[in-house]
Structures are given as C-alpha cells and as structure tokens.
Design a protein around this ligand. Structure first.
Ligand code: RIB
Ligand code: CA
Length: 317
C-alpha cells in the first residue's frame, strides 16, 4: 500500500496528542503538517501543545499552522474540565524550539491541498472551523482532497457535550454543516464507535515497562483524562476518540461502515449541533458520507499499544 500523505487538523487535547503520536509511529502514513484549532483548549495553547508533542517525539520538522481563534457563529467553548487548563492534563513537556511565525491554517490547508490534488487525506479531529473556512475561501480544495476522516458527531449514540451533541460538532456546528454538505469524500468517525474504545489503567501501566518519555507523557496526560471520565461518565479508563480516527487512515478494517445522508442541526435551541443519519432515506437525499458504525475496539487498542511501545523504544530520552 503506498504511503498515505496526511494533514491533521487538531485541538490538542489529550486524545489528539495520542493521535499525533500514533501517526508518528505508523510507517503507512506521512504526517506532512498539523493545523491547530480552538476546542479542547485555546488555539494559542493548542499551537504550543502541538509543538510540544512533536518535540517529544523528535518530529520538530513537521510544520504546524495556527488556525481560527473562535467558531464561525457560536461563542467560544473550551474543555478544561476534560483536558485540563494546559490541554494536556497533568503532563508537563519540555519547551519546544521556537519557530518562525506560524502560517495561518486556512492558507496552509489551501496551499498544501492544491499543491498535490488528490494526494492528501485530512484527519479532522477537532472543531471544523479551519476546514470549513478554507473550503469557503477556496472551493477548489474540495475535489482536491482525497478524503476527510472526521472524528465527531453522535449518530445513534447520545451526546457528550449536550445530551444530544458531540463536542467537535457542538463547538462549531456551522462549520460542521459546511463540511458535511461540501461534497467532499468524508468518513465520519462518531461517538458510536469511539466510545467503545476505552484505554484502561492496565493498558497505560503496560506501557510503563519502557523507560521513555513517551509512556510517561501518556500516563500523566491520561491520568487527568481518566479522572474526568470517572467523575463525569463513570468510565474506568478514557475514551480515545481521535486515535481511532487516525488509525482508520491505515487500518480501515477496524471499523464497519454504512453510506448515509448525515445532517447537523444549526437551528439553535436544545438540539443545536445534534447530528443524525437518514437511515430510512426519508429525505430522498443522496448519502453525503460513509459512517463508521461498528468497531473492533480491542483490536484497535492493541494496535495503539503496540505502536506506542514501538515509538517508545525508539525514543529513550
Ligand atoms: O468528542 C470528542 C472530540 O472532542 C475529540 O476530538 C476530543 O479531542 C474533542 O476534541
Ligand atoms: Ca480533538
């Protein structure tokens, strides 16, 4: 299988950080840039966190572009209760090297995508503000994107931010609406599959056998994340949403998919950001994406752990 070129649009964020590490540990893909967005933390903090996680993994060569500070229409909503004020839980990372002035994510995404039409897979694991406004500014990127693998939405599953809405969509539902109806080739990775992917304390403990800053980071970041899941959702462990979406770029067989017409409520009120699939084709509208609705969760967790072990043995200081 040829190496897949990917750009990651991300709001790091603890599970985003694990997704970035998984990408760097996976020879099937080439990470050619990160664009950061508000969500789990501010865009400024997400930028610092992205640089720090890349530095942790000796990947300072990967460009990082800084995105929009606010959603298109909604007020800002961040998630310190879930990811901590730093966005990386209890983890404290070494200062990354300073970089020249970051490109804006809108320019970066447009230039990268148009430089190689049909080549790039966009892994969108945060609110979709950057991608939506890049599409609005330069619609030519839409047919030029090979695929958007999008972590977000809740289809049959309840919301995790309101009873009905998932975080990435709820933070910027108008951006999700633009991307979902853009005509781009989309694989949606909703809570329906990600909430089956629980990283347990025993999984994290297994990684500690390797004397490396990678497992120490994972332990410190996920300890905060697990405390959140225990207190708010009574889960023993933590849901690693974003790494699953990333894994599907090179291991699509981890999930089962159905083609559906999916929409998002932007009317406001109690169902703002609610996403739904037209399972009975009542709207008569054609499918606009394929949706992951089944997952081999422990196979994915095992793959994640094996890749983290491999990365950790290559980074011992
Ligand atoms: O709802 C889960 C998603 O929202 C994940 O991408 C998490 O990092 C947050 O961005
Ligand atoms: Ca995220």
């Amino acid at each position: 299988m040829p190496i897949k070129r990917i750009l990651i649009d991300t709001d790091p964020g603890i599970d985003d950080a694990l997704a970035i590490l998984l990408a760097l540990a996976s020879p099937e893909i080439s990470v050619e840039g990160l664009s950061v967005i508000h969500g789990n933390c501010s865009t400024e903090q997400a930028y610092i966190n992205a640089l720090s996680v890349l530095h942790l993994a000796h990947a300072d060569n990967i460009p990082v572009a800084r995105g929009f500070e606010l959603p298109i229409a909604q007020a800002s909503l961040l998630a310190p209760e879930t990811h901590g004020n730093s966005g990386l839980g209890y983890a404290v990372l070494p200062q990354p090297p300073t970089r020249t002035q970051a490109r804006h994510a809108q320019d970066f995404l447009i230039e990268q995508i148009l430089s190689a039409p049909g080549e790039f897979t966009i892994v969108a694991i945060g609110p979709l503000t950057n991608l939506a406004l890049a599409m609005r500014r330069e619609p030519r990127i839409i047919p030029a994107i090979a695929e958007i693998v999008c972590m977000g939405a809740a289809i049959r599953h309840h919301g995790n931010t309101t009873p009905l809405a998932e975080f990435n969509v709820y933070v910027d539902p108008h951006a999700a609406h633009i991307v979902y109806h853009s005509g781009a080739r989309i694989t949606l990775v909703p809570l329906d599959v990600t909430y089956q992917c629980i990283l347990t304390p025993a999984d994290v403990k297994r990684l500690q056998k390797i004397d490396s800053p990678i497992p120490r980071f994972i332990a410190d970041a996920t300890r905060f994340y697990m405390e959140f899941h225990d207190e708010y959702q009574h889960i023993d462990g933590c849901v690693i949403n974003d790494p699953l979406a990333l894994a599907l770029t090179f291991a699509p067989g981890l999930c089962d998919y159905e083609e559906h017409y999916v929409d998002v409520d932007i009317q406001g009120g109690v169902s703002m950001g609610k996403t739904f699939a037209d399972f009975y084709k009542m709207s008569k509208k054609p499918a606009n994406m394929r949706v992951a609705l089944g997952v081999r969760a422990r196979d994915f967790i095992e793959l994640f752990l094996e890749r983290m072990e491999k990365l950790s043995t290559s980074i011992l200081a």
